[in-house]
Write a protein that binds this ligand. Structure first.
Ligand code: 13P
Ligand code: SF4
Length: 333
């Protein structure tokens, strides 16, 4: 049966969201890949690590998480007493989908002498099967703290794992997952664009495959890319990650030009994250009004998943990986 859609015509959604945020004592957290209108009204916009830290430390009663499900689940794992809502519960992630917990458990059992260093882009069940969680901004600094002779399984992103292995010289067993968004960039089209803008540095997220990263002048998390873009002397830059981050770049440096790296046909929308795009102002309003859809996690599972997340927060410390400096971008009221 299809749920009836309420008629929101004529409603000033921004004002209503603001009213509900105050009434509910809610904090709105948004990832850089959210639509501009959501980023603009969020209390905090950040990368996965900063959003986790924010979720762990907030004194709000309600966390309205504008991102994807694994991010909202992370918020609930770290802040179990808060009500955590996600505007659209179908906001998944191809990396999470590529790593079913039962297969990951079997893989771990086949390699009992390895620890599992796991990218935060995975399910709560996979987190519970892991030793340490990392984000793209904390992976490097965490990896450096693990003894050289310790064998490591890295999942689920083979591109981030491969990038870290090349950068640090660590030989890791890689789970074969990918992000469909970062896989969509075309090397041929990127080189054509670079030829049109020869002086423009290429900024890339480590979820990109090696044939894209090979051309990058800077590789880093969303926050690191944003900070590089703002501190660089270059006036034109090519951005190889989900293009909604360009909104923050244009707001902070309106005199610069940021060009999204192209997909296969040169100008497709294939590098927009379809999961992030499920969240809308209408759904955020509804979620704040009804406090649904709400993240619920079995307590035993939550405790198991919290351990490797706590290790990440401890090991990442107050600083983050090389290239990740400065404060997160804060916007909204
Ligand atoms: P970061 O914001 O941590 O760089 O992660 C990017 C991403 O793909 C989130 O899904
Ligand atoms: Fe997952 Fe990729 Fe979307 Fe990030 S951009 S949420 S990794 S599918």
């Amino acid at each position: 049966m299809t749920a009836l859609r309420p008629n929101l015509t004529g409603l000033d959604l921004r004002a209503e969201i603001d009213r509900l945020r105050k009434e509910r004592n809610a904090v709105i957290l948004a990832h850089y890949y959210q639509k501009p209108e959501i980023q603009d009204l969020a209390d905090f916009v950040g990368d996965s690590l900063d959003l986790s830290r924010k979720a762990a430390s907030t004194d709000a009663d309600v966390i309205a998480f504008c991102g994807v499900r694994f991010m909202a689940e992370t918020a609930k794992i770290l802040s179990p007493d808060k009500t955590v809502i996600l505007p659209d519960m179908d906001a998944g992630c191809s990396l999470e989908d590529s790593c079913p917990p039962d297969q990951f458990r079997r893989f771990r059992e086949q390699h009992p002498d390895h620890i599992a260093l796991t990218y935060i882009n995975c399910s709560t069940e996979v987190k519970a099967l892991s030793d340490i969680i990392v984000t793209s901004s904390s992976a490097d600094i965490i990896l450096k703290q693990i003894p050289q002779d310790q064998k490591i399984i890295f999942g689920p992103d083979r591109n981030l794992g491969g990038y870290l292995a090349r950068k640090t010289g660590r030989d890791m067993l890689l789970w074969p997952g990918v992000c469909i968004v970062h896989e969509a960039f075309s090397e041929t089209e990127l080189l054509k664009l670079k030829a049109q803008h020869p002086g423009a540095p290429i900024l890339a997220h480590p979820e990109c495959p090696p044939h894209i990263l090979d051309h990058a002048d800077h590789v880093g998390s969303t926050r690191a890319i944003l900070e590089y873009a703002l501190s660089s002397d270059s006036e034109v830059m090519i951005v190889a990650t989900e293009p909604h981050i360009i909104h923050q770049m244009e707001k902070a440096a309106p005199h610069k030009t940021f060009i999204g790296a192209p997909g296969a046909d040169g100008n497709c929308n294939c590098n927009m994250c379809p999961y992030m795009a499920l969240n809308t102002l209408e759904k955020l309003y509804m979620a704040l009004d009804t406090l649904q859809p709400r993240i619920e996690i079995d307590e035993e599972l939550r405790i198991a998943a919290k351990k490797p997340l706590d290790r990440m927060l401890e090991m990442a410390g107050s600083t983050v990986g090389k290239g990740d400096v400065g404060r997160p971008v804060i916007s909204g009221s």
